[in-house]
Write a protein that binds this ligand. Structure first.
Ligand code: C2R
Length: 176
């Protein structure tokens, strides 16, 4: 059975899978869309908002409170002094994936460190700088603990990746 058919059947049986995605600025979206795409392609609903812990603290608080009822987990993306993921994590007991955005003169190291270096007790599962696809895949892996059919899709993705690498291997071997 094709994965999308299995996903549809699972969605009928189980609650809808939803990830709440928040980014500090619309300028982050070019990167963030990598996570949005991988999730939507695999039948996961996303709610995407531009909100900032610095610029819109009240609305960020409201959004997390609302999404606590509706989403299984959060992805928070921000650049520069990236406090957004940490603030989201302070307001929820759901998993928070931090996506540091390379948006500064410091090659994204500032975003990475301010997202990953959380104080003990408030974890943020941080992916690489601009690692949007991995943020989406990690979100799927967390969701797969609850929505079993996503596990099949994740296995298929690994097989697809293996095939793609072996094809490249064959191509390069033939060239040399
Ligand atoms: P602008 O392009 O709007 O000036 O934003 C955003 O995520 C963006 O990468 C520049 C950068 O500022 C970041 N930003 C944060 C936060 N809010 C916005 N790091 C926050 O709350 O952490």
């Amino acid at each position: 059975m094709k994965h999308y058919l299995r996903l549809e059947l699972s969605i009928l049986k189980e609650n809808k899978m939803r990830v709440a995605i928040v980014m500090g600025s619309d300028s982050d979206y070019d990167v963030v869309k990598g996570a949005v795409e991988v999730l939507k392609e695999n039948g996961v609903d996303v709610t995407v908002r531009v909100l900032s812990a610095h610029r819109t603290p009240n609305q960020t608080h409201e959004f997390v409170t609302e999404m606590n009822q509706q989403a299984d987990l959060f992805i928070a993306a921000a650049g520069k002094a990236a406090h957004l993921a940490g603030v989201v994590a302070s307001l929820t007991t759901k998993p928070v994936i931090g996506l540091p955005i390379k948006s500064s003169t410091m090659d994204g190291m500032d975003s990475l460190l301010s997202t990953v270096q959380m104080p003990s007790g408030i974890p943020v599962a941080t992916v690489a700088i601009n690692g949007a696809k991995n943020a989406g895949i990690l979100a799927m892996q967390i969701l797969a603990l609850k929505y079993e059919t996503l596990q099949d899709r994740l296995k298929e993705m690994k097989i697809e990746m293996e095939k793609a690498v072996l094809k490249k291997d064959e191509k390069i071997s033939k060239m040399i």
